[in-house]
Design a protein around this ligand. Structure first.
Ligand code: 13P
Ligand code: SF4
Length: 349
């Protein structure tokens, strides 16, 4: 492929912009965001940003993808809830979702007129891949009176079988306020356990039945490492995602969505933070709050890490069929109902 003609001055200015944004990032073992690395990113970020304008494309970036994507070419960055709102509002012809496939599917459900593309079709999710629409239908037969709640980390066919969708940021409030007592929660067993504990704490009586998925990143954190870290780093604040086990959640100082975790760290004064989540979120915090200390201990999501600037560029330039998200229209409409219900029920802040 012929290199796009950027002048030395354009390349230098872009390198400076990237270095200024990324110099504090240190979130993925074996990678760095020094000046030389930024020189390497610059031709790609310039090309991608030019392609976005030419093609009327918008790039949504989840906080777990690498920082050169988020800060180099992303138009919006955040958690699943924020990004689904942005997908719904978008008027762009093309939405490129740098995240995982279920997020891009959600964007397609909410913005059916747009061409929605993913950099890597292999970017699955252990939760979304743990149950299909058929699996939900079988569970519904066993519990016909239950309200079916699906975590947004699920496929479009699971959403189409569900009554209401939730994200890590609104799951407790939405489930607490549902009229029915019996809830069938898919696909995250650990989040279901955390919801059970939180509703008990709030004095809300619900029976929560769940399927058996877990997040391969968050289910690995354990209480022993929290205890060891607290002994080593006095004043440490432990911040966890609700996909962690209830034991880990109980041992943490704060539990919330990736968006809420970021807000908590930004608003909390502490000598050290332990982030029990994917390392990309630590990267965002290193970039946006370079004065804070993170003691490591985060984990990598192999699916999120399949995103790269090269794949973003190639998908924008000429998407392969496997990079374009397509959905059957009847299924899309049914899935949209359950996400719309979430927008109706989610607390407005
Ligand atoms: P958030 O919605 O909190 O960003 O979570 C998405 C996710 O995949 C967590 O593992
Ligand atoms: Fe799925 Fe876990 Fe990766 Fe999030 S971190 S995308 S839940 S596998």
């Amino acid at each position: 492929m012929i290199a796009p003609p950027f002048t030395p001055a354009e390349l230098e200015a872009e390198t400076e912009r990237l270095f200024k944004a990324l110099m504090h990032a240190d979130c993925t073992p074996g990678r760095s965001w020094n000046y030389q690395a930024c020189q390497g990113f610059a031709p790609l970020t310039l090309e991608i940003n030019r392609l976005k304008k030419e093609k009327n494309a918008v790039i949504l970036t989840h906080s777990y993808v690498e920082p050169e994507i988020i800060y180099g070419v992303g138009d919006f960055k955040g958690d699943s809830y924020f990004l689904s709102l942005k997908a719904r509002e978008s008027k762009a012809k093309i939405i490129l979702f740098a995240g995982v496939v279920f997020m891009a599917e959600t964007a397609k459900i909410l913005s059916p007129e747009a061409t929605v593309i993913v950099p890597d079709r292999g970017s699955g999710c252990s939760l979304a891949d743990s149950i299909s629409g058929d699996g939900v239908r079988s569970l519904k037969k066993l519990y016909p009176d239950a309200t079916v709640v699906c975590y947004i980390n699920s496929t479009a066919d699971v959403k189409a079988e569900s009554d209401v969708c939730v994200t890590s940021g609104n799951v407790y409030d939405i489930v607490a306020n549902l009229p029915s007592r019996r809830i069938l929660f898919v696909p995250d067993r650990l989040m279901a356990e955390n919801v059970r504990a939180e509703l008990k704490h709030r004095g809300v009586d619900k029976e929560i039945i769940s399927s058996d998925g877990t997040c391969i990143v968050h289910d690995e954190f354990d209480v022993a490492s929290i205890t060891a870290a607290r002994a080593r780093f006095p004043g440490l604040k432990v911040v966890a995602h609700p996909e962690c086990t209830p034991e880990v959640a109980a041992a943490a100082d704060f539990v919330g969505s990736t968006g809420a975790m970021m807000k908590y760290v930004k608003n909390t004064i502490a000598p050290y933070f332990l982030m029990l989540t994917e390392c990309g979120l630590v990267g965002r915090l290193q970039v946006e709050t370079p004065e804070k200390n993170f003691i490591g201990g985060c984990r990598l999501c192999p699916y999120m890490k399949l995103n790269s600037l090269e794949k973003v560029r190639d998908a924008l330039l000429a998407p392969r069929p496997d990079q374009i998200v397509t959905l059957d229209e009847d299924l899309r409409r049914r899935a949209a109902r359950c996400i719309d219900r979430m927008f109706e029920l989610a607390p407005k802040d």
